[in-house]
Design a protein around this ligand. Structure first.
Ligand code: FA5
Length: 340
């Protein structure tokens, strides 16, 4: 039995020295020191010996078991340390939670791509605007009743000339004259951006919303050119024919002016709060640029003509995505936003 014990010890230590990873270590530990391992089997066999032999071999077996346990523990520690130095690249990674682009920005990006493909450049303008660009240069002098069409946030800050002249822009149209002054004619541009109105909000009215201005100035531009671009815009955004209607409108900076409405996509025309119970939604007013506006922009109205439109971008997003309340877009409600 003594020889058997020594053989087990030698084999165990030899095999232990060749072990390179924790998995094979665990198997070896079970083989020698496990409940049914070689050492335990020997210890169980002691019961068959007489008292003298039990004493001698029992002592010997316990010394060998202690030695093996110590050596196995040392090996385990060194294997654990070396294992920690490596990264298991096959393990699944920790997922990082990512946000995504806001639906209004998504639709704005889509529109920008459509207009770029039609040769339009993309411009922007200040959100804090002068009374001159927001109203006067657009043929809306002070005290003109048309100022009441847009509930304005007047700002209590003086301009460089020490005058109270600043407003939160009520539309993207001020960039019309800015663009004409900067680039002259011919000109083809769109201006997406945020606008502000002192509105009581409801399902289709926000105090802060998005528009996209379009402006095209060249020789011999006419109303059919304007309608063709507007229809192209809607076809590309909705990816299908949608029902529209055109009716006369009034904006002092265009003459003649039109309003383009689309059939409400929420109720399909059956009349609901999203279309102010009319079955239609005002989405795209437009018209031929007024000669006075061209003059403010430094463009000769005898040589050039043009059209402009002011797309209600947030309302377009409502209709495209089937959202029945405009206020959801800026609610910060993730349950709503995560759907896009
Ligand atoms: C204008 O702002 C003109 N500047 C548009 C224009 C440009 C006309 C160029 C002619 C030529 P209006 O106030 O109607 O027009 O607003 C344009 C669009 O913005 C509306 O058709 C509507 O779709 C959207 N809109 C207007 N008010 C709100 C509001 N409070 N909340 C959300 N969308 C609105």
């Amino acid at each position: 039995m003594k020889n058997e014990l020594i053989k087990i010890k030698e084999n165990a230590l030899k095999e232990l020295s060749n072990i390179k990873n924790l998995d094979s270590f665990r198997n070896l530990e079970i083989k020698y020191l496990g409940r049914k391992g070689e050492i335990s089997t020997i210890l169980r066999g002691l019961s068959e010996l007489n008292d003298e032999e039990k004493k001698t071999f029992g002592k010997e077996a316990n010394i060998i078991k202690k030695k093996l346990t110590e050596d196995f523990n040392k090996k385990k520690e060194s294997l654990s340390q070396s294992t920690n130095k490596y990264i298991d690249v096959t393990l699944p990674g920790t997922q990082i939670k990512k946000g995504h682009i806001h639906p209004i920005t998504q639709i704005e990006n889509e529109l920008v791509e459509i207009f770029k493909s039609l040769g339009f450049s993309v411009l922007n303008g200040p959100e804090l605007e002068s009374d001159y660009y927001n109203f006067e240069s657009l043929n809306i002098p002070k005290h003109h009743p048309a100022r009441d069409m847009q509930d304005t946030f007047y700002v209590d800050i003086k301009n460089k000339e020490n005058k109270y002249d600043l407003v939160m822009r009520t539309h993207t149209s001020p960039v019309q004259v800015r663009a004409m002054q900067q680039f002259g004619a011919p000109l083809k541009c769109v201006v997406p951006g945020r606008v502000f109105r002192s509105e009581s909000t409801d399902a289709v009215h926000e105090h802060t919303f998005y528009q996209m201005e379009g402006l095209l100035i060249d020789k011999n531009i006419n109303i059919p050119n304007m309608i063709a671009v507007m229809e192209e815009l809607l076809r590309n955004i909705f990816k299908q024919e949608i029902e529209t209607r055109i009716r006369p409108g009034y904006f002092p900076f265009v003459e003649p002016a039109i309003e383009l409405d689309i059939r409400c996509t929420i109720c399909k025309g059956a009349k609901c709060p999203a279309c102010k119970h009319s079955g239609w939604l005002e989405i795209l007013p437009a018209g031929m640029v007024h000669p006075n506006v061209l003059k403010h922009g430094g463009i000769d109205s005898n040589k050039y003509s043009g059209f402009a439109f002011g797309l209600g971008l947030t309302r377009l997003a409502m209709m495209k995505y089937g959202v029945d309340d405009i206020r959801l877009f800026q609610s910060g409600n993730l349950k709503f936003l995560e759907q896009f």
